[in-house]
Design a protein around this ligand. Structure first.
Ligand code: AMP
Ligand code: MG
Length: 428
């Protein structure tokens, strides 16, 4: 939606704003990938593969039974019912000592290797046990019935997962299947997080003085970072004091891969944070053509990227989503760095600012076969509760001042909507 045409700079009230796509590209291109490590598989969740993974052997590695039943020759069961002799039993984990010969079957359990001579498996439900080591087979089966062939899941040499795939629980299962005990992945980023502002108090302060507020950005940002599997260095609340702030930022840049601050970068701000940042390295103050989160500081201190997010909690969230999250994913080697965007119909008129890319926090739900997006509540950059109710953010591009009810808008999904309680889920 944000095509070439919006790449032009937008001038409003005499100030120049950077288009969001340009700002994002500039930030992302400044990110370097972190080193490769080979941790135990069980510690690799959330990390991205640094190299392609190829199957070292077929999966399954041997043909085996998909059912509990009897391994048979197809011709022997062509005219059921038929009584056949059971020559032996093969549970999973064992191998038959003999083969299936004419007039005989081998009793077989799910996952046990197909014996030589067997052409199919008749499931136990289609049989009747008889005395004297015999069984009555009640149905015929075509060749290959209930047999899982070798290589049916993965063939030897096949690309299993490409470099850049982020490992989730199912990926861990697949890697275990092919014996990858120490996958080559990029290590977790370590992010230093600090809040700035004399008005801020930690959650455990017993009382708040007049004008004081609780620091909500740190729990918010730490939660977002934890979701990415990032290691967190919590540097707390830093008061608006030049020397304290300077030494905190230097320590952060020294101990972490990236520094994330909030507060102190807005327009009319007492410009202590901006002043300190400007003395510490090549940090620029940006005005990005986005709403919320127009003010944003970006640069490096001693080679460590710094993201100076705005103080208003929703602005901090949106700037994190657009800049910090994709940057961390790139550093950690992930191929995909952006959240999915899906088309939705506006459930009511969405009035926005045509000079900026506007992120409207929305609830989405399926209605008559299509996804409908509606505002999740107050859209002020301080209204964090409405952001908590949101499933995603409708992204209204520059040049649009209203998305009319029923028109299509892209929604950047922040989570999967929870639509039904357990007892409403129909039986499958
Ligand atoms: P600033 O960007 O420092 O001018 O802050 C903008 C607004 O966000 C002010 O109302 C601040 O009090 C508020 N704010 C700044 N930091 C935080 C924080 N960590 N938690 C909650 N609100 C904050
Ligand atoms: Mg402040």
């Amino acid at each position: 939606m944000e095509g070439e045409k919006v790449r032009r700079r937008v001038i409003m009230a005499g100030e120049e704003m950077k288009p969001l796509t340009e700002a994002r590209r500039e930030v992302l291109s400044a990110m370097n990938r972190l080193p490769v490590i080979e941790p135990p598989l069980e510690r690799a969740q959330g990390l991205a593969l640094a190299a392609d993974v190829v199957a070292p052997h077929p999966v399954p590695s041997f043909a085996n039974s998909a059912m509990d039943g009897y391994a048979v020759r197809v011709a022997d069961v062509a005219h059921p019912p038929v009584v056949l002799k059971i020559s032996e039993d093969v549970p999973a984990g064992s191998v038959a000592s003999g083969s299936v010969v004419a007039g005989q079957v081998i009793k077989i359990m799910t996952g046990a290797p197909m014996p030589a001579g067997a052409e199919a498996v008749v499931k136990v439900e289609d049989t009747e046990p008889l005395a004297g080591g015999k069984v009555r087979i009640m149905s015929s089966v075509p060749m290959g019935t209930a047999v899982r062939p070798a290589g049916g899941d993965l063939e030897e040499g096949q690309l299993v997962l490409p470099a850049g795939a982020r490992l989730g629980p199912v990926h861990l299962g697949v890697l275990a299947t092919i014996g990858v005990a120490n996958p080559k992945v990029r290590r977790r980023a370590r992010a230093a997080v600090l809040s700035t502002g004399d008005e801020l108090f930690p959650l455990d302060s017993p009382t708040l003085p007049p004008g004081g507020i609780r620091d909500s950005n740190r729990p918010l940002l730490k939660g977002l970072l934890a979701e990415l599997g990032v290691e967190i260095l919590d540097m707390g609340i830093i008061p608006d004091q030049e020397e304290v702030l300077r030494s905190a930022l230097l320590e952060a840049s020294d101990r972490a891969d990236i520094t994330v601050t909030s507060g102190g970068v807005s327009m009319g701000e007492y410009d202590l944070v901006k002043h300190v940042l400007s003395t510490l390295g090549n940090i620029q103050m940006w005005k990005v053509a986005m709403q919320p989160a127009k003010p944003f500081a970006f640069g490096h201190i001693n080679g460590t990227p710094l993201f100076g997010l705005p103080g208003n909690p929703v602005s901090a969230l949106v700037a994190y989503e657009q800049f910090v999250r994709p940057s961390l994913l790139k550093m950690m080697g992930s191929q995909a760095v952006y959240r999915p965007r899906i088309p939705a119909a506006a459930g009511h008129d969405l009035r926005t600012n045509p000079l900026k890319t506007v992120f409207v926090r929305v609830v989405v739900q399926m209605e008559n076969g299509r996804v409908v997006a509606r505002s999740s509540g107050g859209q002020g950059s301080n209204v964090l509760s409405a952001a908590a109710y949101a499933d995603g953010m409708a992204v209204v591009p520059v040049g649009v001042d209203v998305v009319a009810e029923g028109e299509t808008v892209e929604v950047e999904m922040l989570r999967s909507p929870e639509t039904r309680s357990e007892d409403e889920v129909p039986d499958e």
